[in-house]
Design a protein around this ligand. Structure first.
Ligand SMILES: N[C@@H](CCC(=O)N[C@@H](CS)C(=O)NCC(=O)O)C(=O)O
Length: 207
């Protein structure tokens, strides 16, 4: 098996954190994301989605999306589980991941890609500049919701840390810094959650 990685992105960092927490070692192939190697024809033959990370199995099958990779790794290496240990826990993890994706990560990524990040993303995706501001508003609505959830919950799934936290934390931290907004005043529980994971051994210290 091998993982296609870049040290630039947030989803790739999330996968490195997952490997470290699960104590799993898989061959890493670095792709030059800055120069757009992930979008060239030879990489598109590996992952037609053109994004990183992805996992290539020994039979040549390629799995993209860090959450799908996390679940796959839990199934083949059932130690240090990050999806949950019962059907109910796994369903809860998927639910929280999907809520974070829909409500926060996707709109925040669109705010960045079509706004401050448009220079990097032009030529990779179509750029629609008018999408940036409304996407940021939608992301803030989502952050409001997550902030309320985190007022009562230590992690996204209560007391249990899961891959949903690792992916959400990695993505939101990267995107907030890239867009240059702080959530300290408006969403204090979300801010505290990010700080907590910054300090979490095996998560915040993994580059
Ligand atoms: N939803 C995907 C996100 C993949 C993604 O957007 N990857 C970024 C790096 S974090 C990427 O490849 N960006 C470079 C590009 O789009 O050209 C996942 O969870 O794996």
């Amino acid at each position: 098996m091998k993982i296609y990685n870049s040290n630039l992105g947030a989803a790739t960092r999330a996968l490195r954190v997952i490997l470290s927490l699960k104590q799993v070692s898989i061959k890493i192939i670095d792709i030059d994301m800055a120069s757009g190697e992930n979008r060239n024809s030879s990489f598109l033959k590996i992952n037609p989605a053109g994004v990183l990370p992805c996992l290539e199995l020994d039979n040549g099958k390629v799995i993209g999306e860090v959450n799908a990779i996390a679940e796959y790794l839990d199934e083949i290496y059932p130690k240090n589980l990050i999806s949950g240990s019962t059907p109910e826990e796994r369903a809860e993890t998927r639910m929280r991941m999907r809520q974070c994706d829909w409500l926060v990560i996707v709109p925040l990524a669109n705010a960045f890609r079509h706004g401050r990040g448009k220079k990097f993303f032009s030529g990779r995706i179509n750029i629609y500049e008018s999408l940036s501001d409304p996407s940021l508003k939608l992301a803030k609505d989502g952050m409001e919701w997550i902030n309320t959830h985190l007022q009562e919950n230590k992690y996204l799934c209560g007391l249990r840390i899961s891959y949903a936290d690792i992916v959400f934390y990695s993505m939101i931290k990267f995107l907030l810094e890239a867009i240059r907004i702080s959530v300290k005043i408006d969403f204090p529980y979300l801010y505290n959650y990010i700080e907590k994971l910054d300090l979490h051994e095996g998560i915040g210290n993994i580059k």
